[in-house]
Design a binder for this molecule. Structure first.
Ligand SMILES: *[C@@H]1O[C@H](CO)[C@@H](O)[C@H](O)[C@H]1NC(C)=O
Ligand SMILES: *[C@@H]1O[C@H](CO)[C@@H](O)[C@H](O)[C@H]1NC(C)=O
Ligand SMILES: *[C@@H]1O[C@H](CO)[C@@H](O)[C@H](O)[C@H]1NC(C)=O
Length: 386
């Protein structure tokens, strides 16, 4: 299986710095295999700006940052961002200057479908992406496209968003359109970027858009729909486009690494458990058909004790398991940091939460050095006897 290790922009800077050579100003790639894809990545809301230009519709970040600017610490927003909508040629020149040969960016669903649904296509938005793809290819840079990177169109959110099953079909319509419009030029597709963040922060802890706090319930519903939407997009590509376009469809997941605090059985089990709750939650259904057993057992047991008549973790039917199982051509993995893990006593039964379903304590050692972007990068994770 191919695993695509995706380096985010900030990580990339650290990488390129390490390989920087005074004499010729090129990135030293000699330690990487020939087929290593060097690249950087962005998300539409983070870079495009032009939030309401040329027919683009409103997404949840536009709407919610305008409604309540205080949701962002310094009250900034993505209205202009890096202005890449206007400056994409400059940005491609910068990529070329960096020496990368791949660029992962996301499509703004609301720029292509201003109302979120398939009945209205914004030709100017489509043209923007065609221009960007052409500019990249003219400069020898291969595009990798993320179909969805957190910017749900407002009308799709208002119709239920990611906690509603209908989103699967709306997303599938949008994904099919993307394959149709850009698939002759694009060979690497990512259905979603970091779904854990979209679902947990968006619908569980509610720290990020759409700021819904539904601990222990919303994030599981969101994930359940998102995984089925991913599978549907993969099947659409497989059945309708693969033969003519011959590309690859995967997903980008993110996970930290978890290091047990001691070699006790309880700590070893705890670090495996949190890996399953973070990474297995998404990877296991796609690579093996279903949620990890430890999640199924723990959430079902706690739900029962909390008084629910069924598990807060939804169940896949056998038909869905067969449909989702194996829906990947590659895996994209975003990795930022690591945590120490220790077991904790079973949290009291009360209000449900994903954190309490995991029942682990995690922390970072203050002696670990942060990267330039403040992520603590731990290069050696050999278990230490304590
Ligand atoms: C998923 O597919 C694999 C490979 O075909 C198979 O071994 C596994 O049992 C399937 N998973 C489930 C839950 O059916
Ligand atoms: C986890 O459970 C404890 C009780 O054991 C509770 O005080 C806490 O609020 C819960 N955590 C979350 C994030 O809900
Ligand atoms: C981690 O392990 C050390 C012993 O090696 C222990 O003193 C410490 O309390 C543990 N930390 C936690 C949070 O369990």
């Amino acid at each position: 299986m191919k695993v695509l290790l995706l380096l985010c922009a900030s990580c990339f800077l650290a990488t390129s710095y390490a390989g920087y050579r005074d004499d010729d100003y090129v990135i030293n790639t000699k330690y990487f295999p020939d087929d290593f894809l060097f690249g950087v990545a962005t998300a539409s809301y983070q870079v495009e700006g032009a939030w309401n230009e040329d027919g683009k519709g409103e997404n949840i970040w536009d709407y919610l940052t305008h409604l309540n600017p205080a949701v962002i610490k310094d009250r900034s927003n993505g209205d202009i961002a890096c202005d890449s909508y206007h400056k994409y040629k400059e940005d491609v020149a910068l990529l070329k200057d960096l020496g990368v040969n791949h660029y992962r960016f996301s499509l703004s669903w609301s720029r292509i479908l201003p109302k979120g649904f398939a009945y209205q296509i914004n030709e100017l938005g489509v043209q923007y992406y065609k221009n960007l793809i052409k500019e990249l290819k003219d400069n020898g840079i291969e595009p990798l496209i993320t179909i969805f990177h957190w910017d749900t169109p407002l009308p799709v959110h208002e119709a239920g968003g990611w906690t509603s099953e209908f989103v699967i079909d709306y997303y599938a319509d949008y994904a099919r359109l993307c394959f149709e419009l850009f698939g002759d030029q694009v060979k690497y597709w990512l259905t979603f970027n970091e779904p854990k963040q979209t679902c947990e922060q968006g619908y569980g802890s509610g720290e990020k858009a759409p700021f819904i706090q539904s601990h222990g319930i919303g994030e599981y519903l969101c994930t359940h729909n998102l995984l089925r939407a991913h599978a549907k997009a993969w099947h659409i590509y497989d059945e309708e486009f693969r033969a003519s376009q011959n590309g690859n469809v995967g997903i980008t997941l993110d996970t930290p690494w978890f290091e047990p605090n001691t070699t006790s059985e309880a700590d070893l089990a705890a670090s495996e458990r949190i890996l399953q709750f973070m990474f297995g939650w998404y990877a296991n259904p796609i690579f093996n058909g279903d949620y990890p057993d430890i999640m199924k057992t723990r959430v079902a047991e706690r739900s029962k004790q909390e008084g629910f008549s069924s598990s807060r973790l939804p169940e896949f039917t056998q038909e869905e398991i067969d449909y989702i199982n194996g829906t990947f051509d590659f895996l994209g993995l975003n990795h930022y940091s690591s945590y120490m893990i220790s077991d904790m006593p079973e949290p009291e039964i009360g209000a449900p939460s994903w954190e309490n379903d995991t029942a682990v304590l995690y922390w970072q050692d203050p002696s670990w050095t942060p990267s330039a972007s403040d992520w603590i990068v731990v290069s050696s994770t050999a278990p230490t006897e304590k």
